[in-house]
Design a protein. Structure first.
Length: 366
């Protein structure tokens, strides 16, 4: 099964590295490999969350996400999205933006000799709005999860009190809104405050809208997991809304990776090959593996760890509006939460094994 799931990712990785070498020699090949590793390390929590949603979708909508959705993730978020930001912020047409990306100023300067900003500078200048939107979308996802009562808790000493507090209606929106106002007031530059508030508000609106559409198909006998409501068979409109939710979620996770990639290279082709063809495809394979193997059912705290990693990522995105946060820290925080959740799940399963054995021995023989 492992070969079948990861075989395509390995083949595409080899293809991407060959293309990178033909495009820019050994330097491009090395940068492409580094970006692929960066994307996988930053997006493992994304794969876990994707798996929690994907397993509630019908086979048809799973295939749609794993095909069309991946194309959107690879080319939309890793290539078109950065270019679109430059189109909007610099008032350039798509051809001019792409030419600007392919022809950076000499010596990696922030501006050209005539004083016009580089592609990387334009994209970096848009970081406050991007971080505000993605940070607030992920914040509501995290807050809705920890404010929801559930049978199984991981950090029980914290999750149970938060779940009790979550009985207050719309608490997640209140906490998220307060966080946005504080971020705009104390972290954003004075000239960016209005755009940060608007972008953050849009992030909240998009989450509420997509989550609300999913709730239209909510059934009382299903549990809420912090994202769109659990769906029965998740077909038709229900499957579409889950697909839409996953695409927005992937976009929010992609922001830090796309921006962080410019610390390594500003070449959009190498970024698309490394983050997209290598990184995003491997994240897809990890997602499929988690769903097919039933890993989330076997290791029950993984979902909790992934949501805490989302909360950390959302916080880092908002903090990064005023303070630079190294991308390595972002990746390590997510890995730390998921690793701790995995270890806790393994220990829980080991403790449960003797109890299961005793129950079997005590059961009457029919």
């Amino acid at each position: 099964m492992i070969t079948r799931i990861f075989g395509l990712s390995i083949a595409i990785t080899v293809f991407a590295l060959v293309v990178a070498y033909l495009y820019g020699g050994l330097t491009a090949l090395f940068l492409c490999a580094i970006l692929g590793i960066l994307e996988v390390s930053l997006s493992f929590d994304n794969a876990v969350i994707n798996a929690t949603v994907l397993r509630r979708m019908s086979e048809f909508w799973q295939r749609i996400f794993l095909t069309i959705g991946i194309v959107i993730a690879v080319f939309g978020m890793r290539l078109v999205f950065p270019l679109a930001i430059v189109w909007v912020t610099a008032g350039l047409n798509p051809v001019q933006a792409f030419d600007l990306a392919l022809n950076p100023p000499a010596n990696d300067a922030a501006t050209f000799p005539d004083g016009s900003p580089s592609y990387e500078t334009l994209l970096t200048d848009a970081h406050p709005q991007i971080a505000a939107f993605g940070g607030m979308f992920l914040s509501l996802l995290f807050l809705n999860f920890i404010f929801e009562e559930r049978e199984i808790t991981w950090l029980s000493w914290l999750e149970k009190p938060l779940a009790r507090a979550g009985k207050l209606d719309m608490l997640a929106v209140v906490v998220g809104g307060v966080g946005l106002v504080l971020t705009a007031e104390f972290l954003a530059d004075s000239e960016d405050r209005a755009t940060v508030l608007v972008a953050g508000l849009l992030g909240m609106i998009v989450y509420i809208a997509v989550d609300g559409l999913g709730s239209m198909f909510h059934t009382d006998d299903m549990e809420n997991t912090g994202g769109p409501s659990e769906l029965v068979k998740a077909t038709g409109k229900a499957g579409f809304f889950l697909f839409l939710y996953l695409e927005v979620l992937d976009a929010s996770f992609s922001f830090d990776g796309v921006i962080g990639a410019f610390a390594i290279t500003s070449d959009p082709i190498i970024i698309a090959l490394g983050l997209g063809l290598i990184g995003a495809i491997f994240v897809r394979s990890i997602t499929v593996y988690l769903v097919r193997q039933g890993t989330l059912s076997d290791y029950v705290y993984l979902e909790h760890g992934a949501h805490w990693a989302i909360g950390a990522l959302a916080t880092i995105l908002l903090i990064s509006i005023g303070v630079h946060v190294n991308e390595i820290i972002t990746g390590l925080v997510g890995v730390a939460f998921i690793g701790a959740a995995l270890i806790s799940s393994i220990l829980r399963n080991r403790r449960a094994e003797p109890d299961d054995a005793e129950e079997k021995e005590a059961a009457p023989v029919s």
